[in-house]
Design a protein around this ligand. Structure first.
Ligand code: ATP
Ligand code: MG
Ligand code: MG
Length: 566
């Protein structure tokens, strides 16, 4: 189907490729360590580590994927990001052939720059950024004039001497001297750049003498100090792809117009040329997937990159999404060149499917109301771990005549459509085999008495007096609109997190949370709170069960059914 488009669209591997890689087919995943990985990256990883090969029918033993840190903007990058990228990639289960850093090739890249200068295909340019912008504008206008059959010199001119610019024709020797001075720190930041001498008359603006190197007096988070020139994305990416013998270089569609400079540079350097293919970026409703925007959220709105509301891999993990769920979602979204804005429910539905079978049920109440039941006695009940699958065992729950139910199951006045705790109602206590008639509902809670007769219309979940107090954090969408606009910061949902500080949960879950012999509860263990939804133990949990100390925090993962009220 459409998924195969990418393989067909990009030229098949030719004899040159086959010879070089001897049957191996190689892709790469090249994130920049300037933020944490998000679900868009998960789609890209799924493509580069799996989907691309399966669509091309490459046998398992011939598949290779390089994990490359594309680290050429030292001021935006950090050790924290470098570490987080590795952690998230490993957590998703991907096994790279090797891990590389573009910055490990800095010497090689500089030697390529020198070769280019010697071939007359690069020059040191002293136009400042405003002048370069004006030059590019002039190129555009001239191309427009030419396309109308007009004379660009007469119609547009040279933007006050900026077109083609007086540095373009500097001799090779002079360029080499200036380039060496650039590297040695003779010039100020922004004073000059090394530019590729491409084609100012091309209809593709990415052929208008792209910058290859700029000066930055900053140390590099991976390569360390000692450098003041750093290569651009356009200069680095294709050379690293070529150097690492990548077969398929897959990127997102906004890079389509950069294919031409990619091939131009490798041709000028007479280097091996990978096959470039672009696919659409993943977008999901009610969130943003741009590291620049995510960084702003981290600085101003959420608690960190791993906040459970964030679409980052670490945020989704903390929220209780499993790697199986994320990868199944990416498979489902597939590889396409169509713009895709995916519904949140599509991701949530994968979470429900992934969790349904793997999460033990337990009773919990988010906003407890006290119920005192006359005529009932304390007892220990056997409750199925999975009510739909009794063969999967049971756990013990202690019933106490004073217990707690959720606020939404209690009403001060009876109503013919409400079968919970309201005056006069006959209600069943789930699993306890006890029926009660409600005597009163007041500010101090519910009073009721046990009865023998009658058939309750509902059996309500509850937590006994021995219930553990916990904090439950419920999450909604991060944004109030499906497609955040350019004014996205005003569209942040102020109620994206609702905290129930006084929730209660049945203590039986502790057998799952401290089963690893740790003195503290393990985070990331998830449950289904019966009738409510899926919940996961948050990292903020400090509870030591044996000692009754610390704090229990749960994150709501997803409700049992799609929440249609938006
Ligand atoms: P951002 O705008 O978030 O910084 P980027 O493309 O600059 O995105 P990189 O870290 O350079 O981020 O991306 C690494 C790889 O992941 C690239 O190949 C990129 O195409 C891919 N990628 C990034 N975001 C998405 C997305 N939303 N959907 C699909 N692929 C993505
Ligand atoms: Mg990038
Ligand atoms: Mg980026």
């Amino acid at each position: 189907g459409r998924d195969l488009e990418w393989a067909k669209n990009s030229p098949q591997l030719d004899e040159e490729h086959k010879k070089i890689n001897a049957g191996i087919v190689r892709t790469r995943f090249p994130p920049e360590p300037n933020g944490y990985l998000h679900i868009g990256h998960a789609k890209s990883m799924n493509m580069n580590f799996s989907l691309a090969f399966s669509k091309l029918d490459v046998p398992m033993e011939s598949r290779r994927t390089v994990f490359r840190y594309d680290d050429t903007n030292p001021e935006a990058e950090s050790k924290e990001y470098i570490d987080s990228l590795k952690r998230d990639l490993e957590w998703l289960g991907w096994k790279p052939e090797k891990t590389t850093f573009s910055s490990d090739n800095f010497d090689f890249l500089e030697s390529c720059a020198e070769r280019l200068i010697k071939a007359g295909k690069a020059y040191v340019c002293f136009l400042n950024s405003v002048e370069v912008e004006a030059q590019r504008e002039c190129c555009k206008k001239r191309i427009g004039a030419v396309s109308k059959g007009l004379d660009p010199d007469k119609e547009v001119g040279d933007a006050g001497g900026l077109y083609p610019g007086r540095y373009r024709d500097t001799g090779v020797e002079e360029n080499l001297t200036r380039w060496n001075r650039m590297k040695k720190g003779f010039y100020k930041e922004g004073e000059c750049t090394l530019r590729m001498k491409m084609d100012l008359t091309s209809s593709n603006p990415n052929m208008h003498d792209l910058m290859a190197y700029r000066i930055k007096y900053v140390s590099h988070p991976h390569a360390g100090p000692g450098r003041c020139v750093y290569p651009s994305y356009d200069f680095t990416h294709c050379i690293c792809d070529s150097f690492e013998r990548i077969d398929y270089s897959i990127c997102t569609l906004e890079f389509e117009t950069r294919r031409e400079p990619y091939y131009w540079l490798l041709k000028e350097l007479d280097m091996y040329r990978p096959k470039v293919y672009e696919m659409s970026r993943l977008n999901i409703e009610y969130t943003v997937l741009s590291k620049r925007r995510l960084l702003k959220l981290v600085e101003k709105t959420v608690r960190g990159w791993d906040d459970p509301r964030m679409p980052t891999i670490s945020g989704l993990r903390r929220r209780g999404y499993t790697k199986e769920c994320l990868n199944a979602f990416c498979d489902d979204v597939g590889a396409t060149r169509n713009a895709n804005l995916v519904e949140v429910n599509r991701l949530q539905q994968h979470a429900r499917v992934a969790l349904a079978d793997k999460t033990r049920r337990c009773m919990g109440v988010l906003r407890p109301v006290k119920v005192v039941c006359k005529g009932a006695v304390k007892s220990v009940l056997k409750v199925p771990n999975y009510p739909q699958a009794p063969e999967r065992g049971e756990h013990e729950v202690e019933f106490t005549p004073t217990f707690y139910v959720d606020e939404r199951d209690v009403r001060a006045e009876a109503d013919s459509n409400f079968f919970g705790y309201a005056p006069g109602n006959l209600v069943g206590i789930k699993y306890a085999n006890i029926k009660v008639i409600v005597d009163s509902v007041g500010p101090n809670g519910v009073e009721c008495h046990a009865v023998e007769e009658g058939k309750p219309k509902s059996y309500v979940t509850w937590v006994g007096e021995g219930g553990l107090r916990c904090e439950v954090r419920e999450y909604g969408n991060l944004f109030t609109v499906p497609e955040p606009s350019s004014d996205w910061e005003s569209e942040v949902n102020p109620n994206s997190e609702v905290i129930c500080t006084d929730a209660m949960v049945d203590p039986s879950i502790s057998e799952l949370c401290d089963s690893k012999g740790l003195d503290k509860w393990t985070s990331n263990v998830s449950f289904q709170f019966e009738r409510i939804g899926y919940y996961v133990v948050d990292d903020d949990t400090s509870w030591v069960h044996g000692q009754n100390k610390g704090k229990i925090v749960f994150n709501g993962i997803v409700g049992l059914k799609e929440d249609k009220a938006k």
